[in-house]
Design a protein around this ligand. Sequence first.
Ligand code: PLP
Length: 351
Amino acid sequence: MSWVQELARPDIVALKPYEHASWEPSLERLHANELPWRPADDDSRAGLNRYPEPQPRALVACLAQLYAVTPGSLLVGRGSDEAIDLLTRAFCRAGCDAVLVCPPTFGMYSVSARIQGATVLQVPLLAADGFALDEQALLDRCTSTVKLIFLCSPNNPTGNLLDEAAILRLARRLAGRALVVIDEAYIEFATRPSLARRVAELPNLAILRTLSKAHGLAGARCGALIADPEIIALLRKIIPPYAIPQLTLEAVLDRLTPEARAASRARLEMLLAERERLARALPRLTGITRIWPSAANFVLAEFADAGAALARARAARLLVRDARGYPGLGRALRITVGTPEQNGRLLEAWS
Ligand SMILES: *Cc1c(COP(=O)(O)O)cnc(C)c1O
């Protein structure tokens, strides 16, 4: 048995996947019980009357090229949220296995684990150390029931990158024993490259990427998991057969052309300049007691009275995220970097 087969749920390893209608675009389809006519005003390329291609090859190829990995090591899904869910379901036996998370961090890892019936173990980030990984505590907590370790870098909601050397050491120490999943939803906003290039040499490392943030396509619902090809093959067995809607497929391909990518890069520059503007201006406001350095498209700030700050933002018709529910962030708000006008209005509301 391979290490992936030993780590995954035995019933998922043994599962025979649903056999979807075969994908042979050169032939006419009388095998999927679709209607033969398009809706009257349908201008999609393939026709909305047709089921979309499962794991569309053009999209997989496009994302593999974007992330500089091989197509066999990439799974495309409805946002990285779907990949988080699939990983949890494929690796954690309900009532037996566990995932490890490092709060304060993104909530979906624990939610997916709880839906699956997996235990959630927590090893908090070290707040006094800029929310760094507690490497030794992580290793100590990693007993044989821990199948997945979710690390978010840059971390939501704190904005910091996790130490790359520590992540790689962790993956090496846990080789064959657990999968170390790095959520890089915000990596495009950071100065450091993705860890996707390390997956080939460290097969128990997996990377989550998304088009929802830097590519501005949150509404399209499209994200990717980059992992060992055997893990990708396992997850392809359990992802719903027609996970990527035709409209998403066409919208994403049209927005990842070389011209569209150049336009995204230009917008990214503007966004980074606005992040720096907020990072300089926020600490000067009297109600703000602290801001944390950010490698993402948001800034975490601590307020003397966060409730009052929320209310003043609302009065200026702006929503910011209440982060007070996170452990250790009792007076913090998370501010997404907006347009220059929105950022100006927020600063005005808080001055
Ligand atoms: C926004 C975000 C995602 C993206 O989720 P999608 O399902 O791809 O939209 C993933 N992880 C983190 C930490 C996020 O903040």
